[in-house]
Write a protein of this length. Structure first.
Length: 239
């Protein structure tokens, strides 16, 4: 009876882990596209930010509610914590298990196992990098406009957080989606090859898009590092 209960619990946790991972991967893709609005201009990104803040519901139709961004950050953080907590049960738990994994990797050229190891490694990296980004979203939601974002990227040194975060988050998400497809759809070997190519293509595309967005944010940072302000009718840089 205990074995049956444990099996049912593990099955539910597998479904929850898969669902939370899929939602987070989708959120990452949407997030990258939203940030990439800077490639269409500073005003475009500004209006995207205000739409996220539900600015269209405010009295003037422009100034939004930054606390909405804080709520999004809290929700994403909670989902990430849930996903990570469930995933940890599948990690090697002691030195012996890690050694056995290393021996398997040395003696068996199994690509999907190596991808799983990469997902574990990027998961640990996300544990270190992601809280810094979420902390800004939650505690400084009013500072995600293009200019203050650019100021963080260039003048506050956050480029050294965002660049590796972009890389590891994208790899973790794309590998995760690939493994979800294999797990739940049971693809044939020929289709697995196509799926690997799609995974690699999407990874390169999203990393390239994120890198271009970071460069654009670097470019729009205030030249003197001063604080930016917005008027009700237009957006102005301090002169």
């Amino acid at each position: 009876m205990d074995t049956c209960n444990r099996a049912r619990r593990d099955a539910r946790l597998d479904v929850l882990q898969s669902a939370s991972g899929a939602v987070l991967a989708l959120f990452l893709c949407i997030h990258l596209f939203l940030v990439a609005s800077i490639l269409l201009g500073e005003q475009t990104m500004y209006h995207v930010v205000k739409a996220m803040e539900l600015g269209f519901l405010s009295a003037d139709g422009l100034h939004g509610y930054p606390w909405v961004v804080s709520l999004i950050g809290l929700g994403v953080g909670a989902l990430i914590a849930l996903h990570a907590f469930i995933a940890l049960r599948k990690f090697p738990q002691n030195g012996r298990q890690w050694r056995r994994l290393g021996h398997q990797l040395d003696t068996q050229a199994h690509g999907d196992t190596r991808l799983w190891v990469w997902q574990v490694a990027t998961g640990f990296a996300l544990f270190l990098l992601l809280p810094v980004h979420l902390w800004t979203m939650i505690l400084q939601p009013e500072a995600i406009d293009p200019w203050r974002s650019g100021e963080r990227v260039r003048d506050l040194g956050m480029i050294w957080v965002y660049a590796p975060l972009l890389l590891v988050a994208d790899l973790h998400a794309m590998i995760g989606l690939y493994r979800l497809a294999l797990k739940w759809f049971g693809l044939q070997p020929a289709r697995r090859t196509l799926l690997r190519r799609l995974k690699t293509g999407f990874s390169l595309a999203f990393i390239g898009l994120g890198a271009l967005s970071l460069l654009a944010l670097w470019r729009v940072a205030p030249p003197d590092g001063s604080i930016l302000y917005l008027t009700q009718s237009t957006m102005e840089r301090p002169r």
